[in-house]
Design a protein around this ligand. Structure first.
Ligand SMILES: *[C@@H]1O[C@H](CO)[C@@H](O)[C@H](O)[C@H]1NC(C)=O
Ligand SMILES: *[C@@H]1O[C@H](CO)[C@@H](O)[C@H](O)[C@H]1NC(C)=O
Length: 310
């Protein structure tokens, strides 16, 4: 029992120390431990994806097409940074998937919370709102499967978990100051075992980008792309294909150092949070810079790496 007590104390201490860095909405088990972090609200409203066909005739009752997961959907990747690993993913999700994800999360939005001193709080450091996505939603499953495949052999099927994704929304003036997504101490598995887990990696997928400001800023990231022959900034070369608005650079070198990524719907940032020995990589600290106008909505996917109890 002393180990249990020590472990509980360890978690509390870890949470207290972590302060802002510790993220939100964690489920803690086993049940004998008094959880100080509440469950992430899960959407209970089913999505109207059902497509009713008239059995006798050929006319569909609804003109809404059913969601079918495009398992061959292709996206394009660019290596931004090797150490820590940061990858920019173009077109990770389709416009249809984006719409369905927004629909699924819409009823669940509530002020985002941060765990500070072991308690969940609404803070001035994180002023956005969040929504848990229902894991049984076909679009959610489709996108999670794609994210899982992206992880390749970093993810051990039957052992690691993709976790519950959530939406986060920022409106004018809202931000999330510098933080990291990993936990200083791994959290308990919620299966009653003594196994623990931490957030191996993060996907930050933009769903709505009708805004100014609101870049995702990594102060410790350095682009692996060399400056141009005339000393052009590396980010300037990283453009979306196509014309107009999309011709603006996707990321830039920030005046205070590091890289800042402009929100572009459908695209995602991906980074690895943990060192190979399981400790958190402080260089993955990042911020959601304040929105100057409009609205930005994104999806967080946090694949969990599990550790067996020894
Ligand atoms: C199917 O469509 C036919 C013809 O439009 C209609 O007569 C019939 O009632 C419909 N059946 C159902 C189950 O809606
Ligand atoms: C884990 O690995 C990182 C990166 O190599 C290193 O800085 C850190 O000291 C290591 N921590 C432990 C506890 O081994």
């Amino acid at each position: 029992m002393t180990t249990n007590v020590a472990k509980v104390a360890g978690i509390s201490a870890g949470a207290a120390l972590l302060g802002l860095g510790i993220p939100y909405f964690i489920r803690i088990a086993p049940p004998q431990i008094t959880s100080f972090i509440t469950d992430l609200p899960v959407a209970k409203v089913p999505l109207s994806l059902s497509f009713l066909k008239n059995n006798t005739g050929s006319e569909p009752v609804s003109t809404k097409a059913p969601f079918s997961c495009d398992t061959s959907h292709s996206y394009r990747t660019e290596l931004v940074s090797l150490d820590p690993l940061i990858i920019y993913i173009h077109n990770l999700i389709t416009p249809t998937e984006t719409t369905q994800l927004l629909l699924a999360g819409e009823p669940e939005f509530a002020p985002s919370k941060v765990t500070k001193g072991g308690r969940q709080q609404n803070t001035k450091e994180r002023t956005s709102s969040s929504a848990g996505l229902p894991e049984d939603n076909p679009t959610v499953q489709c996108v999670l499967k794609r994210a899982r495949n992206f992880l390749g052999n970093m993810f051990r099927d039957g052992w690691d978990e993709m976790g519950q994704p959530q939406l986060v929304r920022y409106t004018t003036g809202q931000q999330f100051t510098l933080h990291h997504d990993w936990f200083a101490s791994p959290l308990w598995a919620d299966d009653g075992s003594w196994n623990t887990w931490n957030r191996l990696a993060s996907f930050f997928v933009i769903l709505e980008d009708d805004c100014t400001g609101g870049e995702t800023y990594f102060p410790f990231a350095k682009s692996i792309v060399a400056p141009g022959p005339k000393g052009e900034q590396p980010g300037i070369t990283q453009r979306e294909s196509g014309g107009g608005e999309q011709q603006k650079p996707l990321w830039r070198e920030h005046e205070d150092g590091g890289l800042a990524f402009r929100p572009v719907a459908g695209n995602s940032l991906f980074w690895i949070n943990l060192h190979p020995n399981g400790t958190g990589d402080t260089r993955t600290k990042h911020a959601g810079l304040p929105l100057e106008s409009g609205q930005k909505t994104a999806m967080n996917i946090w694949p969990r790496q599990y550790y067996a109890y020894e």
